[in-house]
Design a protein around this ligand. Structure first.
Ligand SMILES: [Zn+2]
Length: 245
């Protein structure tokens, strides 16, 4: 193995084949951690004070595992970049919608996004044609706000909860959370999941209104409110990599 290491991106020879990887330092990590995903490729999480030599030995030691994983995820040459061009798709409420990117009339500038049948029609001003992501993200955020507010309201009434505000934003570590004031926050990308999966996350956060922890009483309540939540959470874990723009 002969890695050419920079702090962030590097290439290592694993079983004599080049593999792209990235190193991320973490203040919380206690030991070196190897992860492989479509979105990040091979990622080495390194405890803060460890050296890059530690990365080399870990890559060496786990060469067989890395080789199998990067092959299975198709990320030998680094993360899979999600293309936002006509023909590619975006998950909306669990259904892949094919992107259809068109130019607006020359006189118009404001992007227009509409969902029809199985597609997501994105009409953009000439200046924005190269990057449809901001328009799609804005549309998803707005759909997420409408959908999540309605589901929180309906499920709260159904199960007798009294939530505070519903906040929809971007989160990187959790799909939802509940504050001590009873406000519920969600990641807007949750709206890419099927409706029953979204409901399971909403129920989870609603149950925190009664128990602000993950103790046995919280779980007993969640089992009553959403008996299928374990299976539904599996969908979120399995499709995590598809829920990015
Ligand atoms: Zn929780």
């Amino acid at each position: 193995m002969c890695p050419t290491v920079s702090e962030r991106q590097a290439v290592a020879l694993i079983l004599n084949k080049p593999v792209h990887y990235q190193v991320r330092r973490s203040r919380r990590a206690r030991s070196l951690n190897l992860r492989v995903s479509a979105r990040k490729g091979l990622e080495v999480v390194l405890p803060w004070r460890w050296t890059l030599d530690d990365v080399d030995s870990a890559l060496n030691e786990h060469a067989d595992w890395i080789d199998r994983q990067v092959e299975a995820h198709g990320v030998r040459r680094g993360p899979i970049v999600r293309e936002m061009t006509t023909g590619h798709s975006v998950l909306v409420l669990g259904v892949p919608r094919e992107l259809c990117i068109e130019a607006l009339d020359a006189s118009r500038r404001r992007a227009k996004v509409t969902a029809d049948n199985d597609s997501l029609r994105v009409r953009l001003g000439v200046d924005d044609m190269l990057d449809p992501k901001p328009a799609v993200e804005k549309w998803l955020r707005s759909l997420a706000r409408t959908h999540l507010k309605a589901r929180v309201r309906d499920l709260a009434v159904l199960h007798g909860f009294r939530p505070g505000k519903v906040i929809v934003g971007e989160r990187t570590t959790r799909w939802g959370s509940c504050s001590s004031k009873g406000n519920l926050s969600f990641c807007y990308r949750l709206v890419m999941a099927p409706p029953d999966v979204i409901d399971a996350v909403v129920c989870h956060e609603l149950c925190h209104l009664a128990h602000l922890n993950h103790g046995p009483r919280f779980h007993a309540l969640l089992d009553r409110v959403c008996p299928d939540h374990k299976r539904l959470m599996t969908w979120l874990r399995d499709r995590h990599d598809d829920m990015f723009l």
